[in-house]
Design a protein around this ligand. Structure first.
Ligand code: ATP
Ligand code: MG
Length: 564
């Protein structure tokens, strides 16, 4: 491709609305442009990188026996009502006039096809996949293409007759994902994950570490335990019993509102305080009891409550229900609330909590004696430095970006959509499903997050839009123009992907800056100085290493460099 006629709108300045490197670089290097919030046009260079990533994904999916589909983005709304996902928050964009929705994922359509056409155990297993545009009602798209309202996903689905076969399909995908992300040049890791809106029995996410990531993960450098904070656990000690087991006692605690103020006021340890967090689940009040400053984990809460409408209770509602404010709520004698306590508080006594009237707390609470706790469950968010649940070494909590997610769905969709097969004994059984996603934009953007310097992009070879950036330094010099053009033709004939900076009247400095910004792996420089010695210069973008090679046979030599 000749840069003189190519559409590569590079920018000299970093756009101020882009705050993370991949977003800045995609704009500066002319890879994409925003159309409206969360919606992007992919320009030729950016789309070439995405097509490379898609080709790798396709190869690895085909290698595990995947069969490629192209399913419709427009779905009948009724299908989503049938699976109970029509109203999942932030999920579905709809086309009201025709009762259609824009599909955010494709379990429904796959399930519909399977319910119509899978008949017997002989039809199973199946691996069905596609690479297709998805739509999501993301409330706050940001970070460029990392979170769009429209994005390209590789989504795959397994259909199996047994749980053992599901495990096999799941492991095959885990292997394919490792190969895909390695081939794309990404430094990734895998974490145990929550099944979220998908439902299911097990899932893992493929992540890159990034301070700009919207996910948080806990990892143990010692034994390799790794988990999304949505489901991470740690080896923190339970609160346990104290010797003191007297009756409860009301204490006047004027103007003491926070846990820290209470610690100072009562001169007790955080671990003896039971903090109340108040929610509504499908309208009904629920009190979550946490130790001291432990943070309630909403993902865990959602899983424990089994989904539904879950929201923090506004202060006014709480006052109407109890006559007290949040800081004075406690589990003893609280009417009309379900109470779920964090596991850490199981069997604890000698606790202090709100007395359900303002400015008073209750001390000496023995939860099993004084309160009606519906259940103890893991509700807390793991914090940096807590002991690993497996080996006890400190956990490291950091931010990460999710590249892909694999789920064992089980029979949730088979039940909703009646996806059945006849087994060897002629018995009707539910098909067991798995679902596996990869964000194509995320592959490209994460590669840029991990591989750039102050001058621009450093493309991993496997997804670089072009392998070679050929620079005719001064194209108004006829000798340079002639040799650069010859080399361009030679490389193109040799099957090398070349971006050729053949622009006239552009300063060498500007051309070199653009080449660094665009970031192709190999730069080939044809200039007056080199030509004097019948040579051209090779620069490797990643290392900056420069070598001179003979002009004669240069195309062949460069082809060899790019294929090694
Ligand atoms: P996230 O937790 O980041 O919102 P998700 O859990 O909703 O993602 P999945 O439903 O598992 O994502 O989708 C599969 C893959 O699609 C993700 O791993 C991610 O790579 C990609 N993806 C999801 N949402 C978006 C989005 N809004 N923009 C770009 N890619 C996305
Ligand atoms: Mg996810």
């Amino acid at each position: 491709m000749r840069l003189s006629t190519a559409f590569v709108p590079t920018l000299k300045e970093t756009p101020t609305d882009a705050t993370i490197p991949s977003h800045q670089l995609m704009l500066r290097a002319g890879l994409m442009r925003q159309l409206t919030s969360g919606v992007y046009s992919y320009l030729p260079l950016g789309y070439r990188a995405m097509m490379k990533a898609m080709a790798i994904v396709r190869q690895e999916m085909d290698a595990i026996g995947g069969q490629e589909f192209q399913l419709p983005a427009l779905n009948p709304e009724a299908l989503w009502v049938q699976t109970g996902r029509r109203n999942v928050p932030n999920f579905i964009l709809s086309v009201k006039e025709r009762d259609l929705v824009l599909a955010p994922t494709h379990e429904e359509v796959i399930g519909y096809l399977a319910s119509m056409h899978i008949q017997s155990y002989k039809d199973l297993p199946q691996i069905w996949y596609q690479i297709q545009t998805k739509f999501r009602n993301e409330p706050r798209p940001r970070s460029g293409v990392l979170r769009g309202r429209q994005f390209i996903m590789k989504d795959a689905y397994t259909l199996d007759r047994s749980w053992e076969d599901l495990d096999k399909g799941y492991e095959a995908h885990a292997g394919a994902y490792r190969r895909i992300f390695s081939r794309c040049g990404l430094d990734f890791f895998v974490v145990g994950a929550s099944s979220g809106a998908m439902g299911g029995t097990g899932s893992q996410e493929f992540m890159i570490e990034s301070k700009f990531g919207e996910d948080t993960v806990a990892r143990c450098r010692s034994c390799g335990y790794a988990s999304n904070l949505e489901v991470a656990t740690s080896g923190v000690a339970p609160v346990g019993k104290t010797g003191n087991n007297g009756p409860t006692e009301e204490i006047h605690t004027p103007n003491v509102r926070t846990i820290d103020e209470l610690v100072t006021f009562l001169k007790v340890d955080h671990s003896r305080l039971a903090k109340s967090v108040v929610y509504r689940h499908d309208g009904k009040p629920v009190l979550l009891l946490m130790m001291g400053n432990d943070q309630l984990n909403e993902s865990k809460l959602t899983a424990i409550l089994g989904g539904g409408d879950i929201s923090a209770m506004p202060a006014e509602d709480l006052r109407v229900l109890t006559g007290a404010d949040g800081g004075s709520i406690g589990p003893v004698g609280l009417k009309g609330f379900r109470i779920i306590a964090d596991k850490r508080l199981e069997g604890a006594n000698g606790l202090v909590s709100g007395a359900n009237r303002n400015d008073y707390h209750l001390a000496n609470i023995d939860l099993s004696r004084d309160a009606v706790i519906e259940r103890y469950a893991d509700l807390r968010t793991v914090e940096d430095g807590e002991p690993c649940p497996k080996c006890g070494k400190p956990l490291v909590v950091s931010n990460a970006i999710e590249l892909g997610h694999i789920f064992k769905l089980g029979t949730k969709y088979s039940e909703a959509l009646n996806i059945r097969f006849l087994d060897e004994n002629g018995q009707s059984q539910l098909v067991i499903m798995g679902s596996y996603g990869i964000g194509i934009e995320r592959i490209v953007a994460c590669a840029l997050e991990q591989s750039h310097d102050e001058n621009g992009i450093i493309w991993p070879k496997s997804i670089a839009p072009y392998q070679v950036h050929l620079i005719g330094v001064n194209m108004s010099n006829p000798a340079v123009a002639e040799q650069a053009n010859l080399l361009y033709d030679g490389l193109t004939k040799a099957g090398v992907e070349v971006l050729f900076d053949d622009r006239a009247n552009i300063s060498p400095g500007f051309k070199f800056k653009d080449a660094d910004l665009l970031g192709m792996p190999i730069h080939v420089i044809v200039g007056e100085k080199g030509l004097k010695n019948q040579q051209v210069e090779i620069k490797r973008r990643a290392t900056g290493e420069r070598t001179m090679i003979p002009l004669a046979g240069a195309a062949e030599a460069i082809r060899n460099i790019t294929t090694n």
